[in-house]
Design a protein around this ligand. Structure first.
Ligand code: SF4
Ligand code: SF4
Length: 708
């Protein structure tokens, strides 16, 4: 753990800027003429500092990063500004010299390690090659250096990993390979572009710890691009908030998170559910509208069309960047009012009243559900001994009541999606029983009656999966109305209007094709389509995972509203625990095909909770620099569902494992209260003592919270 406080670190890094960007403008030459996509950006990154760059998709974060290192596509160029790396002006370097800088002094870590690692070369060779080229080492020395780097990124068995190919490694291991490659030359600056976005929350936490530790050892500076404000609060020293190609606010983490002086920053932070927030208590704020295109920028403040505080003067001229506090910059002309009277600007999360609801009748009861897939290993399966099934779902039972949400959490590969697909009939369960409103449902979709089909609908992560790219989206929504609702054309039209209004889409959107809609709009259409048949149960499988925080908040608010007005029950699957906590009344925790904890959302997030839940909670990146988290890390990934560990399935990774009993005996369920149960060998009172005040709590000395 890095023990330096933010203040100590600030003092050390003062006046030692590794990177200085001054008035940088990046221009793309398009058919319509030159477009300035990033304009007049100035920032500094000090030695040993992590500088976070946040903003919605399209805000220009990645373009800025590419501009800084002059790694732009052929139609992109730096039209003005300077970039100094230490004292070297990168804009004046010849292309050949710049190529030497890439890899030696500035390196990059990308979001998708699968795409960034060469699939046809052993990973060790790829690290060694960078060392050979940039450090001028011999082949043998470069190989030793690569092994050394793999050890430093704590790769288990580095010698054997050296020989492996990308497809033989997990996402977390591949990200370690990228980090090892980026650090092998001890660069001055590493640009990390969403390096953990594609990872599970538990793997993400391990990688973030690793980055922090290595950065300290190598004294490297990092430009950390992310849309995840929790990751920024956990990792960064300072942060810049970008919008439509410009910096809106910049400062230390505490300045920007605790004394936000730009409505856009306030809006972004208001979109993220706080970890203790529930739909019953607060509604999330969302930022209306979209980022303007570079050729359609407003003349005044570029945020004015979406700003609830915009006044006439804002529309007239672009607000200058002002220093509101020591190195705390904002580009809002009303920043002083924001500072003095933050309560006047109620665009944060709003408390709700009267949303308490009584439990409805039982809607879904899934009993002892199992889904086994036969292992298909080509010829080798002919002489395979031992287990022959992937036990994706292995005896899960849950109950969901009317108008309530059951959240299902767990890492990728734990079986939550397969379970949901069995309920929907998209997968035929191997065994078990599904009761919907007291009626037994056939396991196979084809055997279900139309009246049963319309009662369960599904919303997927990728809305394109439920929309026909060739047909106007109105047709896609009308289809279930015609097939399952048996309505007349006039009634279909009326229902369509009603549905589009319910998901806040203008009527004329019905005639648009999917590619004419943004990701959030497409997901609204998918939700409208799912609601078309008035389902009793809606299964939402990571419906907000690929969207910006502002769109996520708007969709979560909409799901809450629709649930309240229609009384629909949700099965909400997500790896985003804050979103699950916010939307769910009940939470089920799944690991390796089994349920380990089930209870009300409040209970599951409080001690005592299952050691797996505890680890998941401690890994959540929380967008509050004053909250302290226990550092419980799960090493490795979920074991194969073919060779399930004996005893407690979680024992191979459990940080609280007792010993032989966990390895040999399956634990039994213990009741915390009438509604909350945990499956673990540790007695509940002991678990409660071990977990103390919980894995997330207010820091004793706010402002002196150690990073990671
Ligand atoms: S300058 Fe005006 S429109 Fe722009 S962010 Fe500030 S208040 Fe909003
Ligand atoms: S039974 Fe043992 S291994 Fe399993 S969760 Fe409890 S302590 Fe951990």
């Amino acid at each position: 753990m890095i023990n330096k406080t933010i203040q100590e670190k600030d003092m050390q890094v003062k006046n030692t800027a590794v990177l200085q960007v001054q008035d940088l403008t990046v221009t793309y030459d398009t058919k319509a003429g030159p477009l300035d996509t990033v304009r007049n950006i100035s920032l500094k990154i000090h030695a040993g500092e992590i500088y976070g760059l946040v903003g919605e998709s399209g805000s220009g974060k990645s373009t800025l990063a590419r501009g800084i290192v002059r790694y732009l596509p052929s139609n992109g160029r730096i039209s003005s500004g300077t970039v100094l790396l230490s004292d070297m002006d990168l804009m004046k370097l010849p292309a050949a010299e710049m190529r030497r800088i890439w890899g030696a002094k500035i390196t990059m870590v990308h979001q998708d390690p699968g795409a960034a690692v060469n699939p046809s070369l052993p990973v060790g060779e790829q690290i060694a090659e960078v060392a050979r080229v940039h450090l001028h080492l011999s082949k043998a020395e470069a190989r030793d250096k690569a092994v050394d780097m793999l050890t430093k990124v704590r790769m288990p068995d580095p010698e054997s990993v050296m020989k492996r190919y990308a497809h033989q490694l997990s996402g977390g291991m591949l990200q370690r390979i990228l980090i090892a490659t980026a650090m092998v030359t001890s660069p001055q600056l590493i640009i990390m572009d969403e390096p953990t976005t594609a990872l599970d929350v538990t793997t993400e936490a391990v990688i973030l710890d690793l980055i922090n530790e290595l950065m300290k050892d190598f004294n490297t500076s990092i430009l950390y691009i992310t849309h995840n404000l929790g990751v920024v609060a956990r990792m960064c020293d300072r942060v810049g908030v970008m919008y439509a190609g410009e910096l809106m606010e910049e400062g230390t983490i505490r300045q920007v998170f605790k004394n936000k002086l730009h409505p856009y920053t306030r809006g972004l932070l208001g979109c993220v559910p706080r970890i203790e927030a529930s739909k019953r208590d607060v509604s999330l704020s969302s930022i209306p509208g979209f980022i303007p295109r570079p050729d359609q920028l407003p003349t005044g403040c570029i945020f004015a069309p979406r700003c609830s505080l915009a006044e006439e003067a804002c529309q007239v001229c672009r607000p200058p960047r002002v220093e509101a506090g020591t190195e705390h910059f904002t580009a809002c002309r009303r920043w002083e009012e924001l500072q003095l009277k933050p309560e006047l600007f109620m665009n944060g999360q709003q408390s709700r009243e009267g949303s308490e609801r009584k439990e409805g009748p039982l809607v879904l009861e899934a009993r002892n559900m199992k889904k086994y897939f036969p292992v298909s290993g080509g010829l080798s399966s002919l002489w395979r001994r031992g287990p022959t099934d992937v036990k994706a779902v292995d005896d899960i039972s849950i109950r969901v009541r009317g108008g309530f949400t059951m959240g299902i959490v767990g890492e990728s590969g734990c079986g939550k999606t397969t379970f949901a697909r069995c309920i929907s009939g998209l997968e035929e369960a191997t065994s078990g029983e599904i009761m919907l409103e007291g009626q037994r449902l056939p396991k196979a979709l084809l055997k279900r009656l139309p009246s049963q089909l319309k009662k369960i609908q599904m919303v997927f992560q990728n809305p394109d999966a439920s929309l026909n790219p060739q047909h106007p989206v109105g047709e896609s929504v009308a289809r279930p109305l015609i097939l399952l609702g048996k309505l007349s054309p006039k009634e279909v039209q009326e229902r369509l209007l009603e549905l589009f209004r319910a998901v806040n889409l203008p009527e004329d959107y019905m005639r648009r094709l999917p590619h004419e809609l943004s990701g959030g709009e497409k997901q609204r259409v998918a939700i409208a389509r799912a609601f078309a048949s008035d389902p009793t149960l809606m299964i939402c499988d990571e419906p907000i995972a690929s969207l910006d925080v502002s769109v996520q908040a708007a969709l979560m608010n909409m799901l809450v509203k629709l649930q309240e007005s229609k009384g629909t029950s949700y099965l909400f699957i997500s790896h985003d625990l804050a979103a699950v906590r916010y939307l769910s009344d009940w939470i089920a925790v799944v690991y390796l095909g089994r349920l380990w904890e089930v209870g009300s959302a409040e209970d599951v997030f409080m001690p005592p909770c299952h050691p797996y839940t505890e680890a998941l909670l401690s890994a959540i990146p929380i967008p509050d620099p004053d909250l302290q988290q226990e550092r419980i890390r799960l090493l490795g990934s979920v074991p194969s569902a073919v060779n399930i560990p004996p005893g407690c399935r979680f024992h191979t990774r459990c940080p609280r494992k007792l010993g032989k009993i966990c390895e040999e005996q399956e634990p039994s369920w213990q009741e915390v209260n009438e509604f909350h149960s945990i499956c673990c060998h540790i007695p509940l009172d002991e678990l409660k003592i071990l977990q103390g005040a919980g894995s997330i709590r207010q820091a004793d000395n706010p402002g002196e919270v150690s990073r990671c």
